[in-house]
Unconditional design. Structure first.
Ligand code: ADP
Ligand code: MG
Lengths: 257, 375
């Protein structure tokens, strides 16, 4: 598509059907390095499916996904993560039986050690540096006070923040966020926006799916609108806000929750 | 770093003391004789290894007795071909069972959940059939593999030819491996095995295995190749089983296919669950309970029961004997089944859950959400 050197991530002509349902039809997307791209669209538009294609959870019927010039199609999820792509899921994916600190440390280990490292003799407690780094991110997300608690006992909003901490500790090059503020109070939402703004300053590229327009317009550099599996509009926030098709399909429709 | 903290050292020392003093404190329970003590130690090693896989990863293997049997066969072959010193036999047993664990693990870990369990069961049954009939030249089939007077024992005959026509006995540099020396040898290996399991539990590797149990998908999206982790854990636990199997052969140089039967695989699952899956010492409590009661209950027969009820009026004694006798002797598994059922229903976390509940009741200061599983 674009031959601009700063394109870090692009999706080319991706199609996906589930049975008879066309979940994604001819989706194209190109994200520049450091950009925050929002994807909005009504429920069932195919937003989560698109992210699933990106991280290797489902294979597209046709089309490719490229990250820094490499095709991600056909790669395993762990491989894609090791390339520098991390994801926050719509329903929080955490380790409920482990403590918050352990949750984050596990993520940190994989960043440092790669997809496999056999270390049965080293003590966890000897991992001072990763411990401190993990605590730092828990503090950043205001959940450090629960560091020793089981993740299962967190509220849904806190689980999301934990998952965000697990992703951030890996310093990913590309962060995919599927409704990161759903289920959060106004206060926590604003706090999350602050954190996401902060990592933007560090140059992390993000794709964020979000229903909350306050979040979208505070963070997004560009917005893509997905409806019934197809990108119906793309542009700067102002352009999208004023786009008639978009208002019809989504913004004015009042369908979002 | 061999021990990372004081509490680990303390746990290990207490464990070592308890194990080494078993001949003393088991005396009042009537269990302080070498045969049973050896069984405690050997099955202790077996469950420690089993628990490292099942307890940490949550993958239920129904085929671990295969590695136990393979370890025994390998050890006996080592006695036959090389030397009756037990050390090489143990090393050989671990290596050969490790090879089997690698092959079986590689195949079975392509699936998870119930399909994994069924694959392990199927492969274990195949190995059992191979040992029982197909590979008779290697395993001696039904009659069990044993040492014979005309065995080569290359190393032994090179150093000092065996004289006389009796069978040489297995030894550790001259210490015969039967009776109490045999027990103490197994006990020392049990303690080393336990130390290694503490290390795994408290290492990043152990944490990663527990994370796989908790949410394997998240592990993958966090960049882990979970299959290699599972494979490593399976391999380690298979080698533990091989170690236990070769110790069985070291104590009593005999290897039979029944050691590999699915009931034997089931037994280690029972012991682990009964004691407390995923806890450090729970599974060994399971071994203690099952092996102890097996020993007591299975030794009773009809006459022994009548004898012990003899203080009652005769009709009553006979009635009681009639009621109880299906549960002892050959019927001991009936008792085990009931015991297991009760534990799983009332204490899903096994004996360790019972211990924790009692402890919680007695401790004044409550501690919310204990996340470190060190007991
Ligand atoms: N694994 C799947 N199998 C079958 N249908 C699916 C699957 N995943 C998503 N869908 C369907 O695809 C459509 C898009 O879903 P999704 O991507 O979750 O939407 P969004 O995240 O935009 O709300 C929905 O109609 C959903 O039911
Ligand atoms: Mg969705």
């Amino acid at each position: 598509m674009s031959d601009s050197a700063s394109i870090i991530f692009n999706i080319d002509n991706v199609n996906k059907t589930f049975g008879g349902l066309q979940a994604l039809s001819n989706v194209n997307l190109a994200v520049e390095e450091g950009q925050t791209r929002a994807i909005i669209g009504p429920n069932g538009a195919g937003k989560s499916t698109l992210l699933n294609v990106c991280v290797g959870r489902i294979a597209p019927d046709t089309g490719v996904v490229r990250f820094r010039g490499q095709s991600l199609t056909g790669r395993t999820p762990h491989d894609i993560n090791q390339l520098g792509v991390a994801r926050v899921f719509q329903t929080p994916e955490i380790f409920p039986d482990l403590s918050l600190l352990q949750n984050v440390m596990i993520s940190a280990f994989s960043k440092r050690d790669g997809a496999f490292r056999f270390s049965p003799l080293k003590a966890l407690k000897a991992e001072r540096q990763l411990y401190e780094e993990s605590m730092h991110y828990l503090e950043d997300l205001d959940i450090a006070e629960h560091a020793e608690q089981l993740a299962a006992n967190l509220s849904r909003g806190d689980k999301r923040r934990l998952e965000l901490a697990m992703c951030l500790v890996q310093h990913p090059r590309l962060l995919l966020l599927d409704e990161p503020t759903a289920g959060m109070s106004r206060h926590d939402t604003n706090r999350t926006i602050e954190i996401l703004k902060k990592i933007k300053e560090r140059g992390m590229t993000k794709i964020i799916i979000e229903h909350d327009m306050h979040v979208v317009f505070s963070l997004a550099d560009r917005i893509s609108v997905l409806a019934q599996g197809a990108i119906i509009a793309e542009g700067l926030p102002e352009e999208v806000r004023n786009n008639e098709k978009v208002q019809e399909a989504y913004l004015g429709g009042g369908q979002h929750d | 770093m061999l021990l990372s903290s004081r509490s680990e050292l303390r746990t290990l020392l207490i464990f070592a003391a308890v194990v080494l003093m078993m001949p003393i404190w088991l005396l009042p329970l009537g269990a302080a004789y070498p045969d049973l003590l050896q069984k405690f130690a050997i099955f202790g090693i077996f469950v420690i290894g089993y628990n490292l896989f099942f307890g940490l990863t949550g993958y239920l293997s129904f085929g671990h007795a295969t590695f136990l049997g393979v370890g025994s066969y390998a050890a006996v072959w080592c006695f036959k071909l090389l030397t009756v010193n037990v050390l090489p036999a143990i090393v050989f047993g671990i290596l050969v069972s490790g090879f089997f664990a690698a092959v079986i693990g590689f195949i079975c870990l392509r699936r998870s959940g119930i399909y994994f369990s069924i694959l392990t069961l199927a492969l274990a049954q195949m190995c059992y059939s191979l040992a029982y009939s197909v590979l008779t030249p290697i395993t001696n089939g039904e009659t069990s593999l044993q040492m014979e007077a005309h065995d080569a024992r290359l190393l032994d005959s090179w150093i000092a030819p065996h004289v006389g026509d009796g069978l040489p006995i297995t030894h550790l540099f001259g210490i015969p491996m039967s009776g109490y020396p045999g027990f103490y040898f197994c006990a020392v290996i049990l303690i080393i095995s336990f130390w290694f399991s503490i290390r795994i539990f408290n290492s990043p590797f152990g944490l990663q295995l527990r994370a796989i149990k908790s949410n394997q998908e998240r592990m993958q999206y966090s960049g882990y190749n979970t299959r290699i982790y599972l494979f490593s854990a399976f391999l380690i636990s298979g080698m533990y089983a091989g170690l236990a199997g070769s110790l069985m052969a070291a104590i009593d140089p005999l290897a039979g296919a029944e050691r590999m039967q699915w009931t034997a695989s089931g037994e280690v699952v029972l012991m682990t669950i009964l004691g407390g899956v995923g806890t450090l010492i729970g599974p060994m409590l399971g071994v203690g309970v099952i092996k102890y009661f097996e020993n007591i209950f299975s030794s009773y027969n009809h006459d022994a029961l009548l004898e012990s009820f003899s203080f009652l009026p005769q009709p009553l004694a006979e009635a009681l004997t009639f009621v109880v006798s299906p549960f002892v002797g050959e019927g001991w598994h009936l008792t085990l089944g009931i015991l297991f059922m009760l534990v799983v229903i009332f204490l899903p976390g096994g004996i360790m859950e019972g211990v924790d509940r009692i402890r919680a009741r007695f401790s004044r200061h409550k501690q919310p959400q204990q996340t470190e599983q060190t007991t």
